[in-house]
Design a protein around this ligand. Structure first.
Ligand code: B4P
Ligand code: MG
Length: 280
């Protein structure tokens, strides 16, 4: 039942599926994204994901984060607005979620009881959601109708599925496909040649990216880009595939002239404007 030959999502696919920005549009056209990220010991994750989202076309971005994280992020991203202690507000059911086009949660959050409660509230909503890092744990997703996108690296994949890292790495397409179907979610298995497996069995391999990405923070940037691109695409599958592609393409642009050792995650999105333009 498993089709074990994922196609490669390539430049032509990207060119033909990236949405245009209409001349008569306004910020409402592109939706409001909600990003739940960052904590006192990991404030940068909120910043990296926030910049990733706002560089990816979203109309408005609300960042729910710890009180002390806000002044750190606002310095680099004055364009966003904030929900103070967003995780607590979410857990207590104080945020109206259907005002958001897409929600992303996880970068720089601590996986604890509070986070689980907040995630449960999100999963009850009909809003498409991206779950990363601290939001990735073993749970049941079958009640959801809206797209649910998990972005594990191999170790996180092992945590949420029970498949051992070395087994996964020997047959990434197979395990991505089987687990996406089984959980009823989209799984983005990160690492060299990221695999995107949808719950209906459709599976793609990404051809961009390189070892410059093997450094802290690059995953947070991807989560933000997913949030932004999901807000502007009509077709959510194309949004996921294009986000993974463009994220890798930014790293490829970096290594054209620079050593792969030297990339900082926050520099990835400096490349995005020109990289994106080359696919328009
Ligand atoms: P964590 O502490 O969980 O790392 P993180 O905060 O999630 O970092 P970040 O968000 O920046 O990176 P992510 O991987 O999400 O620690 C990760 C732990 O998992 C470490 O112990 C690490 O050794 C282990 N781990 C990670 N990958 C593993 C693997 N392949 N095999 C075994 N153990 C592994 O996102 C990174 C981004 O960079 C993704 O988009 C990814 O696709 C990309 N990327 C990384 N390496 C790449 C490469 N060689 N080529 C192309 N893309 C690459
Ligand atoms: Mg990560």
């Amino acid at each position: 039942s498993v089709d074990n030959s994922a196609g490669i999502w390539d430049a032509e696919n990207v060119r033909s599926t990236l949405p245009k920005r209409n001349e008569d549009s306004h910020k409402g056209t592109y939706g409001t994204g909600l990003l739940i990220a960052g904590s006192p010991s990991m404030p940068g994750a909120a910043m990296l994901a926030g910049i990733g989202a706002m560089r990816s076309g979203v109309g408005k971005l609300v960042i729910g984060t710890a009180e002390e994280v806000i002044p750190v992020v606002v310095q680099r991203l004055p364009e966003a607005t904030y929900e103070r202690n967003g995780l607590i507000q979410l857990a207590e059911g104080k945020l109206t979620l259907d005002q958001f086009r897409v929600i992303a949660i996880g970068p720089g959050i601590v996986p604890n009881e509070l986070a689980e409660k907040a995630i449960a509230k999100i999963l009850e909503s009909d809003v498409p959601v991206v779950l990363d890092a601290g939001a990735l744990s073993k749970r049941d997703y079958h009640e959801r109708q809206a797209p649910t996108i998990l972005t594990p690296h191999p170790l996180e994949f092992a945590r949420i599925t029970g498949v051992k890292v070395n087994e996964l790495q020997q047959n990434r397409e197979h395990y991505a496909q089987v687990c996406a179907k089984k959980l009823g979610v989209t799984i983005v298995v990160k690492g060299q040649h990221t695999i995107v497996a949808f719950p209906d069995g459709e599976t793609w391999k990404n051809g961009t990216g390189n070892s410059a990405l093997a450094k802290g923070g690059t995953g947070d940037t991807l989560t933000g880009m997913l949030l932004g691109l999901l807000c502007i695409h009509d077709n959510w599958k194309h949004a996921v595939l294009n986000a993974v592609f463009l994220h890798g393409a930014c790293a490829d642009a970096w290594t054209e002239k620079r050593s792969a050792h030297t990339l900082l995650a926050h520099e990835l999105t400096d490349f995005l404007p020109e990289v994106w333009k080359s696919y328009e």
